[in-house]
Design a protein around this ligand. Structure first.
Ligand code: PEP
Ligand code: MN
Length: 445
């Protein structure tokens, strides 16, 4: 693998998809230059650790839980928001580990998830047409002409917001909050109000008993006190990702140091495109989305370009077919990739193939469709003897009403109650735990 990342002009010459058109190139250059001087947010060695964990996923020895907002926002970089999200991820991971009896690799979709690809460049509301919102990394969500102009100072804001988020996450996961003996504490304020919370409480009680037993026999392993937790985002904006790419002093190879794991979206996975070209050179563990239009040959060609040495843990295919298509579409892909001896982890994104607009005008998903897609993913892999390696979910730690269904039976009218997502609908806290329990059952079967 070549160790030199092509410069930005070379990448743009490949016709990079989904990039903002900035009004002032000098301002872009100044912000990129400043970003290049900023300290790394993650270390190359941490990316290698995660790659080793992803290799275990690819081998069928661990399960990936990847979750967070569709789009983070600067306004939501608060202690409460980060803690709530992390808490639900820790709860989901405990459910999967204990009820599913499998090691869980924990990956936040956070501390960098600020840029969004859009299906349309423009957005029309009430007869007014403006540039689409492309995430806080690019422009403002407010529907005014000023706010929608791409502003490159936001690239530095992404760095600062990511640093603040990651700093807090690191403190939480190593500083006692993630200690397994806190397994009950994560559930307070919640248990009385929901069936999923009560079910979790029962499971936490069982874990407590196991921990007391271990203590009684004199075992107090360090592993109980902290968790390994990594960050991920879609590496979409070339300016930001390129500026955050550094040569690792140990290996003299380039790493993206803005997140441990980065992925290529469904709209930017063109084989000869700028994103694949950029990703080819970085050493991080990476993902690539595969939607229903992806053929087995596309997958094989992407694997050949992105992981020519067939390094285990390097490449994850994140499939997002939709509940109605996965059982027909996925088998051929998995079969051919497996037959070619290509090493990948297979992860299911059960969100993006199941999005629709409610009669009340909200972008939403049905909880049942999400579960059905995960079940289809498991069915396909079980039938082929391959490993259903994990799930990527859009979720939040708050009690929002963005997805339909689940134990709280949110309906179309109920979406208006607390719909806060700026892009795609997220599972709320109850729905996230319900999903974890259902996936744990699939893992056991
Ligand atoms: C996403 O993960 O938010 C996303 C845009 O997904 P995809 O690239 O699969 O459409
Ligand atoms: Mn999304």
């Amino acid at each position: 693998m070549s160790s030199t990342v092509p410069d930005l002009a070379t990448l743009h010459a490949l016709g990079a998809a989904q990039q903002p058109t900035y009004p002032d190139q000098a301002a872009v250059d100044a912000n990129v230059a400043r970003l290049r001087t900023m300290p790394p947010l993650v270390f190359a060695g941490e990316c290698d650790d995660l790659k080793a964990k992803m290799a275990a996923v690819a081998r069928g020895e661990a399960f990936l839980l990847q979750g967070g907002d569709c789009a983070e926002t600067f306004a939501e970089v608060t202690a409460d928001n980060v803690r709530n999200k992390l808490r639900v991820l820790l709860q989901m991971a405990v459910i999967l580990t204990y009820a599913g009896s499998v090691p869980v690799v924990k990956l936040g979709r956070l501390a960098g998830q600020y840029a969004k690809p859009r299906s349309s460049d423009m957005e029309t509301r009430g007869g007014v047409t403006l540039p689409a919102y492309r995430g806080d990394a690019v422009n403002g969500f407010d529907f005014t002409p000023e706010s929608r102009i791409p502003n490159p100072t936001r690239l530095l804001d992404v760095y600062n917001a990511s640093a603040a988020t990651l700093n807090l996450v690191r403190a939480f996961v190593t500083g006692g909050y993630a200690d397994l003996r806190q397994v009950h504490t994560w559930n307070t304020d919640f248990v009385r109000t929901s069936a999923a919370g009560q079910r979790y409480e029962t499971l936490a009680g069982e874990i407590d008993k196991a921990l007391s037993f271990m203590k009684a026999i004199g075992a107090d392993p360090e592993e109980l006190k902290r968790v390994d937790f990594h960050s991920s985002h879609e590496a979409l904006l070339l300016e930001y990702e390129h500026a955050m790419t550094r040569i690792d002093s140990r290996t003299e190879l380039p790493y993206n140091v803005s997140g441990h794991f980065v992925w290529i979206g469904e709209r930017t996975r063109q084989l000869d495109g700028a994103h694949v070209e950029y990703f080819r050179h970085i050493q991080n563990p990476i993902g690539c989305k595969l939607g229903p239009s992806a053929t087995a040959d596309d997958a094989l060609a992407l694997a050949e370009r992105l992981n020519p040495d067939n390094e285990p843990g390097r490449l994850t295919f994140i499939t997002r077919f939709g509940a109605g298509k996965i059982r027909d579409g996925l088998p051929n892909l998995v079969e051919k990739v497996t037959a070619a001896g290509v090493q990948v982890a297979w992860v299911c994104d059960p969100m993006h193939g199941n999005t629709f607009e409610s009669s009340t005008g909200y972008k939403t998903r049905r909880f049942d469709d999400v579960i059905d897609e995960v079940q289809g993913f498991f069915d396909v892999h079980r039938a082929l003897g391959t490993w259903p390696g994990g799930v990527l979910v859009e979720m939040t730690g708050d009690d929002v009403t963005e997805c339909i269904g689940g134990g709280e039976e949110i309906d179309e009218a109920g979406l208006a109650h607390r719909y806060e997502s700026v892009v795609d609908p997220r599972l709320n806290r109850v729905q996230s735990l319900e999903l974890a329990f259902l996936v744990a059952e699939m893992l056991r079967n």
